[in-house]
Design a protein. Sequence first.
Length: 396
Amino acid sequence: MRVTVSRRSALAGSLALPFLARTGFAANAIPLGAINPLTGAGGAYGPSMAKVAEALVARINRTGGVLGRPIALDVEDDQTNPTVGVEAAHKLIDVGKVVAIVGTWASAVTTAVAPLCWQSRTMLFTVSGADSITRLPHHGYIIRTQPNTHLQSGRAAGFLLQHESKRVFGLSAQTPFAVDSWSRLKEVLAKGGATGIGDIIYDPKQTSFRSEIDKALAAKPDTLFLNSYAPDLEILLRETYQAGFNGKRFTFAYAATDAVLKALPAGVTNGLWSFAPSPDVTSPAYKAVQAILGISDPDPYSCQIYDHVALVALAIAKAGVASGVAIHDNVRKISQGPGQKVSDPVAGLKLLAAGKEINYDGASGPCHFTPIGDILNCKFLFQVVENQHNKTLFIS
């Protein structure tokens, strides 16, 4: 079977066409949607996420599909923009009649898209981290493979305490996770004897942050927590350097991209710490993502969307029915039950077809979720920049 992906750039005048007619699949295909940041602030990650989802769907289809049916995948670019994300979700849900949407990245996009999903009983799988997402009244129609802000910021604060940060100031992009990130970071710092001395929330569309930086430095921090996206991190790093700050800087790995590091002189970025949820580097599923992308260190979001597609396929196979409700009712039965451990979704489909119980652990690690859809735990990767490259400090 061939996977045909319909992207937004090819959609002009096509919305009136039936989804399956556009993708070239027969009427019995299982429609699956992906909303990824192919462009915009998340554009460093969306293309690889889409490539991984396409490749896994193609492999499942080559080996017989799910319940004897192929999966028809439609990938939409949300441009890292909530308005565009909602347009994409309407198209996938109202026209495509998808059973699930996978791979939303920005928390603002996920927050905007989520109501459309739970109202239509379409499962939503996300890599967004804002705590507020799973606090929504989603009735179980959200599964998050990314650790929430509470977990991420707690681990971040622990790292800063370990490295003797005493006075931390936050510069945070105006996003759904900004307030929760800082509140949790400040709480854990205080328990360890350090102080979160202030936080400024800025508009990431600005072309300069010098006034915010001057206010932050006036508080005499020893560490700056740069809660940023890649485009604004580049500006913040340049301007804090120009302002003469020589203390510690800490950010999310999704902001400290290779493009950002290469765009700035080594002296500007050397010593920058970053962290991210770590995939399970020992998993065969992780190795499958490596092979798909042809790289040794795939990003966590590409690993997570691999697991999104796997969870959708396995939950449908377990239910014997392809629907959002079926996925909702069965996703935990195939990922955190007493069944046989599997990391290959195709092997899992074969076991389910044989009447066996399975427990899927994926490229991102164990897929065990709380009642509201949050991942229970994961490992984290901590890095430091040396000569325009990220160097691994440890995974814990």
